[in-house]
Design a protein around this ligand. Sequence first.
Ligand SMILES: CC(C)(COP(=O)(O)OP(=O)(O)OC[C@H]1O[C@@H](n2cnc3c(N)ncnc32)[C@H](O)[C@@H]1OP(=O)(O)O)[C@@H](O)C(=O)NCCC(=O)NCCS
Length: 378
Amino acid sequence: MSSPATSTPAKGLEGVVAANTRLSDVQGDLGKLVYCGYDIDELAGKVTFEEVVHLLHHNHLPNSKELRELKDQLAAARELPVGVVQILKTLPKNAPPMHAIRTAISALGCFDPSSDDDSMDAQRQKAIRLIARIPIVTAYFHRAREGKALLDPDHSLGEAANFLYLLQGKKPSVEEEKTMDLCYVLHADHGMNASTFSARVTIATLSDMYSAITTAIGTLKGPLHGGANEGVIKMLQEIGSLDRVDAYVEECLQQKKKIMGIGHRVYKTLDPRAPHLKRMAQILSAKLGEPKWIQMSDRIAEIMLQRKNLHANVDFYSATVYYSLGIPIDLFTPVFAIARTAGWTANVLEQLADNRLIRPQSVYTGPTGLKVVPISKR
Ligand SMILES: CC(C)(COP(=O)(O)OP(=O)(O)OC[C@H]1O[C@@H](n2cnc3c(N)ncnc32)[C@H](O)[C@@H]1OP(=O)(O)O)[C@@H](O)C(=O)NCCC(=O)NCCS
């Protein structure tokens, strides 16, 4: 019999180690992020999202043949079952996209005859299908709610370019494709974050890949996790201009309101993804002739560092990048989900390879020894 829990862990499980992993390492004190031995600064700009998918799924960067095979597999897996397309068309047009995507990913499990096939080969194929299909689900839901035609995936395009094409109805420029691809690379995995943890908890019961990713999407949605990027742009819009930033931040601090995109549970210094996104945001804002978003962001970050010693996180500048790419605001978090499906599926495979049910305990703090009073007397 296991021993009972004797002490309450830190609130929010801060500092609790829940798994060994070879996938990614978040070094909070140093402000470093490592994927399978490669520093994110080493990977950013040198490898594509597909190479990172291979890295996370096979623990090494692909050679040309392996990359070609992976790209072919992803392209071949893009087509959605007709039933899922129907569901996407039937959902209310005003449904928040994260609800729609969570529903469609869950539905994909109903249409996959191998949903409950637990062989590692089948699990790997389901992982590829999910990575290939979550961008299609996102783009199709958006097009359907706008009453626009759903385009066929373009097999000559990589993951980032194909998503932008299906979403916007035109092939992206090389620069747009590279920007999106880099965003995917930076968001692909991030240690034991809340959504990854929830995916691992689900698969550790020997449930199935679709259930695990559906769980993760539901967890990512929250404004304290992936939903923060949407909150950032809404905040910038609410502030409206650079001269109003100081007063806005001051008021939030007075009222103890959180500034979206600032702070992190693990990074106690700069989030290493933020400078890459900031650089992209600067370039895109200058091109669009709309420098005010980046100027406002910089000022917010400056004040929060001075006043609270809190740094900008991944969501802070990604919001401006997505906005500049013309991505609708309520699709910012879905874009995060698209990229993170690489990491979620890799974590699910890793959990399955050495599984044990994840079942922590709680410290009971309620009353004891109560006697039932008959209902007529309560
Ligand atoms: C990420 C986050 C949830 C981490 O939470 P956490 O580890 O539980 O940290 P706490 O919420 O306990 O914050 C610690 C302190 O910093 C303050 N703080 C943290 N993030 C803040 C923010 N974004 N704006 C204002 N104050 C913030 C808290 O109010 C608290 O201050 P106090 O000690 O004076 O009460 C939190 O920083 C946050 O809510 N950030 C905004 C949402 C966001 O950007 N999420 C995406 C993360 S990648």
